[in-house]
Write a protein that binds this ligand. Sequence first.
Ligand code: FEO
Length: 426
Amino acid sequence: MNKLELHDSDGKPKAVMLSERVHWVGSLDPDLRTFDIILKSANGTTYNAYVIRGSEGVAVVDTVKEGFADDFFSRLESVADYSEIKVIVLNHLEPDHTGALPELMKRAPQAQLYISQKAQSMLKALLKQDEMSYTPVLTGDRVSLGDRTLEFLHTPYLHWPDTQCTYLAEENILFSGDVFGCHYCDNRLFNDHVGDFRFSFEYYYAHIMRPFKDYVMRALDLIEPLPVTMIAPTHGPILRDRPDRYVRRYRQLSSPSLASEISCDQKTLLIFYISSYGNTRRMAEAVYAGAMQVPDVRVSLYDLEGGEVDPFVDLIEEADGLIFGTPTINGDAVKPIWDLLSSLTVINIKTKLGGVFGSYGWTGEGVPLVEDRLRGLKMRVPIPGLRVKLIPTDEEIQACHDFGLELAKELMGLRSQKVLNFADLA
Ligand code: FEO
């Protein structure tokens, strides 16, 4: 009952109907297990592309990855002649969607290519064709196919800066690019027929969309007012059964979850440390005590030896400031600190406040190395890292206390700016 015919009686790939005028012409990649180096997939993915037929021409929305083009062209040919193609839309230029573009443009040279404004430089860099002609579009721009109209929504960073969605107003279909997609290959194609893909949908959001939650919210502001009866993403199931659920889920996943715990007048400051002989721990406790002196700063202290990384990443995402305490071993910060820092690529930590401290025995490179990393992640690191050789003295413990105090004041905007004294320059 759920079987879809993806091939004709000769075994040739053929298009699948979404509506009278809209067809899926994508490719299946059931063997893919790793995408973009970091994403896993237990059963592959799909590269979804679509054909829309208007009274005055045909549009192709997105193409497929190189190596999967034969199926795409075969399906395309089953519903349109190349001479009918008036419009090609690329919602996103990553190679899994542009692999078949050069060949498509050769076969349909009369077609006009539409990409987002931000995609222009990427198009040249990816396809190495200076002479390629295209029309850049922004939110609200439209292209007519006669009795069908495509409208563009600029949705940057979902997943690259170039990304956009395309809305087919007469049919309430949103061609969403990577947004609302997932790496889940099932030849039944539609969300009301395929297997349970909820895990893939959430996993895909967590790795692709989560670092750009602010942009997700802005995209949802464009999408939510539209009547949408079907979402046609570039990967995974086509969402025709209650597509609004997926829009709502994106809104939920992109909204702060700590809001109910932390009052809007408060700032959160998290201190993570790890300690070999208790010296960095003593420093951490003094930093913590100092930070606690500042009203309305909600300070938390965590020993990385006793925690898993993932829950900490969730906390860090919504924190205002982060302080890391690390010993130096063999000229480096220690692995649990690096493991935590390397896990932060799935969230946005730009402009958060940062600080580093730690005890060392010989040379103390761990603290400046972590400081460099925080700056590389575009955090603010306003106070130089604090290092103590071996066991901290009472004066050094006081310095740790002051370090925490100053960082907490900085967080609340209470720290006096250093005034340049011209006499010092003499
Ligand atoms: Fe499916 Fe970001 O490419």
